[in-house]
Ligand binder design. Structure first.
Ligand code: HEC
Length: 191
């Protein structure tokens, strides 16, 4: 009995110490970038899921993404510290006005695509790139079956029409499950 009490107290003390550690240790730049990536990824995913459930054809979700993906991105950015940003990009973009990649994005995405081709890819492969006074943190976005409704090859004609009218320059179709769809990138200025 005495042993059990000791064990319980020890466990409680250890878990309290662990919680304390989490609270006081500052995040590394990588962890901070991942946090912002999850804020954007999570916000978009929650909305996409809810809208796909309401209308499994994807039409309603498409209307939602067309009207709100960029707005949600801007909203998430207003919640970040002034030295940080988060956005999405891809080689083949749908919304070229806000999601066009730069040379660094392309280099990182090329590395992901090469790893996918070589079968050495892990979706947990977060890449950190230092560039002057900015650190970029990248997370790959892999094409899942649900993504194919709006980014695949065999689109419902109504979806295809709606995409064409909202994004006449759309390049973001023709993806297969397992392809790199794009990345989420957080940029953190030294501060
Ligand atoms: C219901 C339709 C729909 C589905 C399903 C969908 N997307 Fe999209 N996606 C869009 C639209 C519309 C845009 C353009 C949003 C904008 O205007 O910013 C977009 C943009 C993107 C972008 C930003 C780059 C670009 O092309 O502009 C990425 C990355 C992306 N989608 C990844 C995914 C992934 C990964 C999935 C599956 C988990 C997915 N999408 C599922 C409609 C969809």
């Amino acid at each position: 009995m005495r042993f059990q009490v000791f064990t319980l107290t020890t466990l409680l003390t250890l878990s309290a110490m662990a919680a304390d550690n989490n609270a006081t240790q500052p995040l590394t730049v990588k962890q901070e970038g991942v946090k912002y990536i999850k804020m954007l990824g999570g916000a978009l995913k929650t909305e996409l899921k809810a809208h796909m459930k309401k209308d499994p054809s994807g039409l309603e979700a498409l209307a939602f993404c067309t009207g709100s993906a960029d707005k949600i991105t801007k909203e998430v950015n207003t919640k970040l510290p002034a030295y940080a940003k988060v956005r999405r990009t891809a080689f083949k973009v749908r919304n070229e006005s806000v999601n066009t990649p730069d040379a660094t994005d392309e280099k990182v995405m090329k590395a992901y695509e090469e790893a996918i081709a070589a079968k050495t890819f892990s979706p947990k492969d977060i890449k950190v790139v230092e560039e002057g006074n900015v650190t970029r943190v990248y997370k790959p976005l892999i094409t899942k079956p649900v993504c194919l409704k709006c980014h695949g090859s065999d689109l419902n004609p109504k979806i295809a029409d709606a995409i064409k009218s909202a994004y006449p320059q759309d390049k973001a179709t023709g993806f297969k499950e397992g392809d790199l769809r794009g990345v989420i990138v957080s940029e953190i200025k030294k501060h």
